[in-house]
Structure formats: C-alpha cells, structure tokens
Design a protein around this ligand. Structure first.
Ligand code: GDP
Ligand code: MG
Length: 598
C-alpha cells in the first residue's frame, strides 16, 4: 500500500511570517537540490515576486524524508500564492492537499491573512499542524502566539514545534510531527480517473503543463483525457513528478501529485480547479469548487509615444497564454488611440502584468486609471456591465448604477481601532461586526466598496497602524450607489483616459484634487493650459498651467550657464514618457499620480 507513505501538504502563513524560508529549508534538507546551488527562496521563482517578497505563481515539489519509524516518506509540498488577489488559486491548491503547516511568526502572532488562509484550509477539511517560527529572535513570544492560535483559530497549539526557518532549528522535530499529524491520501488507483488541476503554466516546448493531484484512477502517456469544465479532450504526451524540475514517470496514480502535458495551447484551457478524467471512461462528476476567472479591476494599456501597438498586442498575448485570470480586448481611446482594455484580479495582479510588459518585453506603456466593473440598470430594465468609465451611458437613460462591495476583515491591536474606523468611514465603509479576539486584538468586519479598497487602502491602513493591522477581503455583492462620471478636460477637451466614476457627493472634492495634481505635473506650454473637472456639462473645478515666457532661457544668458543646462536637461527628461493630447503634453506619471489620495 503505497498511499500510507505519501503526505500532500501546503504551508500557509501571513505574508513575511517565513513560508518561503521554511520551504527552502525543507528542500535543502529533504529535496534533491543541493544547498550550495540553491537560490534563496526556490519556490518564489519570478523576479517581481522576489523583489516584493510575495508569492504569486504556484510551485510544487516532491521531497523524500526518512522518518524516525524507519519508513521513507514522499512529501509533496504544494506552494500557494500569498496575496488576497489570488484567493481562488489558494483554495484550489489547498484542495489538492490533506494537511497544512501553519507558520506563525512567534514575534508577531496571528494576523488577518493567517486567519483567511486557515479558514480556506478548514473548508477543505485539512489537518493543520501549527508551527512557531523565528524562534532565533529574542523578541519571540511563543507562549503568547500559542495562546492566540488556540483562542483565535481554535486549534490545539500546545505541542506546536518551535522552529527557526532561518537557522534550521527544530525542522527535524517538525518533519516528524508532520508525518504523524497529516494523514496519508486516500483514493482508488483502479477507479475512474479523477484529478484536480491546482496550477498550470505554459512551456514553449511542451505546451501547457498541468499540476495535478490525482484522487482516483491513474493517467499515463498516450491516454486521452478530458477537462470536465471546458469539455475538451487531449492526448497525454508526458506525465511525471516535480522534483522541482520536471522528471517524467510511467504514470501518476491516485494519491500522487505531479504534472501532465497534453499539447494544450493556453492555460485558460486548463484552468485551475478543473477536473481531469479519461475521455472514454469519464468519472461521473467533476470535483467541486471550480470557478471561472473573474476580473475585478480593469484598466486601459496603451503604447507610450514611439511604441508600437503590435508589440503590445504580441506581449499581451504571450502573457495571457500563461495567465488564465488575465483578460484583454482591443479598445480605442480618443485621447490615446488604439490600445487594450485589460482585466485583472486586483491591483497587485495589474502591477505585476504592467511590470512584466516593461521588464520582460521592454515596452513603454501608458496605463489609464484602474476601474472596477459597474452594473448599470437602464431605464428600460436592461443591464450593462461597464468596465470603462468612458462607456457610462447618458445619465438620462440610466435607472440606477450598482457597484461591487467587498467584505473586508481587518485585524488590529486595539489601540488603532479609532483611526481605522475613521479611515473606513472616509472610504464609505460600513462596519458590520467588531469582535475582541483577545484582550488586545480586535477583528473589524466592514462592507466597503471595492473601488475604495483597490487603490491605496492597504497602504493607508498600514501607515495608520504602524504596520500592525492586516487586511483580507472578498467580493460580496453589487449594491446601488449614487455615482457620477467625472471628466477631466485639458485645454477644453475631455481626455477620456482620465475619466472616472465617483460617488456624487465626492465629485467636487475629487475634481478639485485631480486638477490641482495635474497642474503640478503638466509642464508649461507656450500657451495657457486650462485644466477642468466636469460632471456632465457642468464644470466643477478649474486650474491653469501658465504659459512659459519665451525669455525664460534668454534670461539665463550672461548669468549662470549651468542653470540653463539644467533647464534644458529637465525639459529633455520630461520628454520621455510624454503623451500628446491634442496640443497638450502630459507625462505618464499623471495617470498614476491622480490616483493617489492624500
Ligand atoms: P513569506 O512571506 O511567508 O514567504 O516569508 P519569507 O520566507 O519571505 O520571510 C520573510 C522575512 O522573514 C525574510 O526576511 C526572512 O529572512 C525572515 N525570516 C524567515 N524565517 C525566519 C526565522 O526563522 N528567523 C528570522 N530571524 N528571520 C526569518
Ligand atoms: Mg514568500
């Protein structure tokens, strides 16, 4: 019975509590990667992730461990992304596991995302092994952290291993416990094939590589498999284990974790959460939990001055082949010309894609204001989903506008409750629950418009709580709101790329704020540039960029020559990433700056 020697598990943790470091230690101790060839944080394999210290792309790896009972165990470590934008992917990775190691930083205790992930794990009926990390630090307070785990999460933490992922202390003890606490997988290797896709990526030689956990049956090269939610069939070209590199094997059978290749062209065709079965002998039902990718945030992506539209199209297509949650379609802006409307899971996802366009593809792009999707109910009763503020129909034809609301859970030390409440109120939040988890820790639950959360809410929260508060949120429902389209005019022309949908009562303040910011950013021209904000035909704010006088430079003559040089250099610098709107030149930063609240 091969099943009793397999353990399929994930590591879950709040950001920075040490998940990646622990994964590194485990690979070093039990994997085939020698520590001297090991790059820090093996599992976080994208540069952007490494720089930001977050995990986005899932990876999985097979480890070998000889336990104290003399048995050799196969430990399949399935990594999960560490950001709320990717909650669905996290839940599918957990569904592939039988247990989870819960890493809690002993200097910090339990935080909101720890909770969010633990709930996801409990939803999948996983056995949870809590461990306390960073025990090498003097500030570690394991007893308090244990108490928090017991009080807040409600699982026994008395025997939680005390470890340091950094120094390797306590890791052996942890592995022993892991083998005892986390149950072996169950499944019938002779049953009909049923495998869960918990990750997929595109490889230019093999096509889409599917990471799967087989629940029943087995799969091998030459089999015809069907993906039950898309209904499409493919011939398997290779199966194997991730060690973490791909190593082919004869078959993958019930209880095992590995990869399957079947000449699939796009990851969207092998979406996370889908079920693999045999085409000729399908299992009766797909695994539960499959969801279609749903973009929450949209923005326009346009070529910057001198960049080619075709290059952007190529790059977006390449990115999409590898990212089922990223969507795009052509759009046309009066101000920016031809470009693309892109859909993302959240702002982090958007940042990652835009950064990849710039770094991996070397492209210069302009992104427009991000927007959530609004639901517009027309006077005639029909509904429209609006991804681009410019497309908001004439208010006279609209019966009402609805916006997406999320349920946000904020965990904080009690001292900051007051300032968090002020912040949430200013973002149209509505408190639905407040609970003292311990004497000092409070959980606040808010209904809050997604639009108020996506921009800088997390940063604002962190800065008001000296970094102690943590945030988790998920989409809840659409609710009616009094919203209007706020237009920005430069030199009397509406610049569609700057339009946004805002609460009616904030239109005036926002309009003034944006005009003031643009005034600072837009360089002087040879003529006066009026900057106006308007709702409908009504101008609600105005600023003016003065024309520069021709003698600005002439005046430097005879005087300071280096000052003249500086002036010219500054102008040249400014030319980069400028965009011409009619007669007005606008720097790229305008689009990101106007977003920021103060
Ligand atoms: P993740 O976000 O959960 O993946 O956390 P990381 O593994 O990236 O760790 C976050 C930071 O904590 C990094 O700077 C690590 O070097 C540090 N860290 C992780 N484990 C330990 C530990 O046991 N002791 C100490 N002192 N630092 C640690
Ligand atoms: Mg990490």
């Amino acid at each position: 019975d091969y099943l009793k020697n397999i353990r399929n598990f994930s590591i879950i943790a709040h950001i920075d509590h040490g998940k990646s470091t622990l994964a590194d230690r485990l690979i070093e101790k039990t994997g085939l990667v020698q520590s001297r060839d090991m790059k820090e944080q093996y599992l976080d394999n994208m540069d952007i992730e490494r720089e930001r210290g977050i995990t986005i792309k899932l990876q999985t790896t097979r480890l070998h461990y000889k336990a104290g009972d003399g048995e050799e165990y196969i430990l399949n470590l399935i990594d999960t992304p560490g950001h709320v934008d990717f909650n669905y992917e996290v839940s599918r990775s957990l569904a592939a596991c039988d247990g989870a190691v819960l890493v809690v930083d002993a200097t910090q205790g339990v935080e909101a995302q720890t909770l969010g992930n633990v709930y996801l794990a409990l939803d999948e009926d996983l056995e949870i092994l809590p461990v306390l990390n960073k025990m090498d630090l003097d500030s570690a307070r394991p007893d308090e952290a244990k108490e928090e785990i017991e009080d807040i999460i409600g699982i026994d933490a008395e025997d939680a291993p005390l470890i340091s992922a950094k120094t390797g202390m306590g890791i052996d003890d942890m592995l022993e416990k892991l083998v005892q606490v986390i149950p072996p997988p169950q499944g019938d290797p002779n049953g009909r094939l049923k495998g869960l896709i918990f990750d997929s990526y595109y490889d230019s030689y093999k096509g889409v590589v599917i990471y799967t956990r087989i629940f029943d049956g087995s799969v091998k090269k030459g089999d015809f498999i069907q993906l039950m939610n898309t209904g499409k069939s493919y011939e398997v070209t290779e199966v194997g284990y991730c060690i973490p590199g791909m190593v082919p094997s004869k078959e993958l059978k019930a209880g095992e974790v590995g990869y399957v290749c079947a000449s699939i062209k796009r990851v969207a065709d092998a979406r996370v959460g889908d079920t693999i079965t045999h085409t000729d002998k399908p299992t009766d039902k797909p695994l539960k939990g499959y969801k279609k990718a749903q973009s929450m945030v949209y923005c326009g992506v346009y070529p910057a001055e001198g960049e080619k539209y075709e290059n952007i199209k190529d790059a977006l297509e390449k990115l999409q082949v590898n990212d089922a949650a990223f969507q795009f379609e052509p759009e046309n802006s009066a101000a920016l010309g031809f470009g693309y409307r892109c859909g993302f899971l959240g702002l982090l996802h958007m940042d990652v894609i835009v950064e990849r366009l710039e770094r991996e593809f070397g492209l210069d792009v302009i992104t427009t204001l991000p927007s959530v999707i609004y639901k517009v109910i027309m006077a005639d009763g029909t509904e429209r989903m609006i991804q681009n503020p410019t497309n908001l129909p004439d208010p006279a034809e609209i019966s009402r506008i609805e916006e997406p609301i999320v349920k946000a859970e904020i965990m904080t030390p009690k001292d900051y409750v007051g300032s968090i409440m002020t912040l949430c109120q200013s973002r149209r939040g509505n408190m639905t629950h407040m609970e003292y988890l311990t004497e000092t820790r409070v959980l606040l639950t808010y209904d809050i418009p997604l639009n108020e959360v996506i921009y800088d809410f997390f940063d604002a929260l962190k800065s008001r709580t000296r970094g102690y508060a943590s945030l988790d949120y998920e989409f809840q429902e659409y609710r009616p709101a009094k919203l209007v389209k706020l237009d920005i005019l430069l030199n009397k022309e509406v610049i569609d790329a700057f339009s946004s949908i805002v609460p009616e009562e904030e239109a005036y303040a926002k309009g003034r704020n944006i005009c003031a910011k643009l005034k600072k950013i837009i360089p002087m021209h040879q003529f006066e540039v009026p900057i106006q904000a308007a709702v409908g035909r009504k101008i609600i704010a105005r600023e003016t960029v003065r024309a520069y006088r021709k003698d600005v430079i002439a005046k430097c003559y005879g005087g300071d020559i280096s000052r003249k040089k500086k002036l010219l250099e500054k102008q040249k610098e400014g030319k980069k990433r400028m965009r011409q709107f009619g007669t007005v030149e606008v720097p790229q930063e305008a689009f990101t700056e106007v977003l920021k609240f103060d």
